[in-house]
Design a protein around this ligand. Structure first.
Ligand code: GDP
Length: 460
């Protein structure tokens, strides 16, 4: 899933790597590549258009972020726009105030509804609920039996309409209701919900019939069930493998049964991802679960941000970008840029600010470890001592404000005082001042060569 899309997006970012500034034509080329990658992944055209327009505008726009280099900035924008089209926040199930919470499943035949009924039931059971499955798919002769098998595997009770089929399950055999209502999915659904209430199940999952294609009878039946049982959630299950057809099907079901959430099934397959990226935008309803295999435990809550991270295949880099941004105060960054341009001296005051920004990012070591390509340097990293930072900071803090802004004036007696104040030797202070002079020189040459922001991260 998403493999090709991931590869192509990553290749696009690689092309931007090492650029100090992005020209309009750089951005246009990147956006063109992104558009083709999305179209090839079967993302619906209107969604592709909206997505690429947003990315282009933001990449060219005023959104200059001092903490990130241009390639990182584009990764960040693409990531944020992906999260947006995938729905933003994770959407949880809305439970009814007065149980049972009624969840109705709808979708085409073969989409994975029945399988998902078992998975969802099991998922809820593992979280302390007492779900009942209701077999209201009376279209296929086998559907009821199939739900019973699924229920048994998941350790769940199943309400089925037929006397002979109920076996040891908690069903309506003998109540008369089930026998009488066989063949009428609306009555079965209603009876199922009543049964759940009577038996104190706190959730009811109603599996309804699907057809091979959208048709009016199917829609009418689903709509009738919906009005009979007034579900708290109507989950539309869709096979992620059906590509472009997903959008039309989703629209038809949205109009027909007004679903409240989407389940993407068969995400474990080699679907190109178009359905996932289009459905939320097209219907406005959130993707709530992903079904990722044939086992009853193959279910995942759908988190738009994690899914975007998976698509970009750069989870750690994204975390790093986020932390760098948090730590890097825009005002400070502007101030720093001004200093570079005015060729003012970088002072120990600036140095202290940077130190505290770096500290906010967490330990430097753990940060470095997150960077792609750093695995090989593990040994060096392990040898690096974060406490070195503290020593340096102590020395700088022992300087007077005058000394911090005029490091050249720090003579021998001042050095001795600083060493004493911070508990280090004069040699240590000498070394710090020497390194600081080198750093100042480097800053100057950086300023002349453009750049700024964080040093480039390997990988992007
Ligand atoms: P329904 O007609 O909508 O109830 O669909 P089913 O639940 O019967 O599923 C149709 C087929 O898809 C079955 O063979 C399932 O085993 C398979 N299936 C369902 N969900 C998944 C999934 O998440 N991954 C994979 N690989 N297969 C699935």
């Amino acid at each position: 899933m998403f493999a090709t899309l991931s590869d192509r997006l990553t290749a696009t970012f690689k092309n931007l790597r090492g650029k100090g500034r992005l020209s309009e034509s750089d951005v246009n080329k990147a956006v063109r590549d992104i558009r083709l990658a999305l179209l090839d992944a079967d993302v619906a055209l209107p969604v592709v258009k909206r997505f690429t327009t947003a990315v282009r505008e933001r990449a060219l726009g005023e959104e200059v972020n001092q903490a990130l280099n241009p390639a990182q900035q584009v990764v960040k924008i693409v990531n944020e726009e992906l999260v947006t089209i995938l729905g933003g926040e994770t959407r949880q199930i809305r439970f009814a105030k007065n149980p049972p919470t009624v969840i109705m499943l709808a979708g085409l035949q073969g989409s994975g509804k029945t399988t998902f009924a078992g998975k969802l039931g099991r998922w809820l059971k593992d979280r302390g609920h007492t779900p009942l499955l209701v077999a209201a798919d009376l279209q296929r002769p086998n559907a009821v039996t199939q739900l019973e098998v699924v229920g048994e595997r998941a350790g769940l009770k199943v309400f089925a309409p037929e006397r002979g089929n109920v076996g040891g399950h908690d069903a309506v055999a003998g109540t008369g209701e089930g026998t009488r209502s066989f063949g009428d999915p609306v009555s079965v659904s209603r009876a199922g919900v009543e049964h759940a209430r009577a038996q104190q199940h706190d959730v009811v999952i109603v599996d309804t019939a699907g057809r091979l294609a959208v048709d009016t009878n199917l829609m009418q039946q689903a709509a009738d069930i919906r009005s009979a049982i007034q579900p708290d959630e109507v989950l539309f299950v869709i096979d992620a493998m059906i590509g472009q057809a997903a959008v039309e099907t989703a629209q038809a079901f949205h109009e027909g049964v007004a679903f409240t959430g989407v389940v993407l099934s068969k995400l474990d397959g080699d679907a190109r991802g178009g359905a996932a990226l289009s459905i939320r935008e097209v219907t406005g309803e959130p993707i709530m679960f992903a079904s990722v295999g044939e086992k009853v435990t193959d279910i995942e809550v759908f988190h738009p941000d994690r899914m975007a991270g998976r698509i970009l295949d750069m989870g750690d880099v994204l975390t790093l970008i986020e932390q760098a941004e948090k730590a890097f105060d825009k005002r400070q960054a502007d101030e720093m840029a001004r200093k570079f341009l005015a060729e003012e001296d970088f002072t120990f005051e600036d140095f202290l600010q940077q130190m505290s920004a770096i500290k906010q990012m967490g330990s430097l070591k753990s940060m470095l470890k997150m960077m792609p390509g750093m695995q090989q340097m593990r040994a060096q990293l392990d040898a690096f001592d974060d406490r070195e930072f503290d020593r340096v900071e102590a020395m700088v803090r022992s300087m007077t404000p005058f000394e911090r802004t005029h490091p050249k004036q720090i003579n021998g007696s001042r050095r001795a005082r600083i060493a004493k104040g911070s508990g280090v030797s004069v040699t240590d202070v000498n070394q710090l001042l020497e390194r600081f002079r080198d750093a100042q020189k480097m800053m100057k040459s950086l300023a002349r060569g453009g750049g700024g922001g964080l040093p480039g991260m390997p990988g992007i």
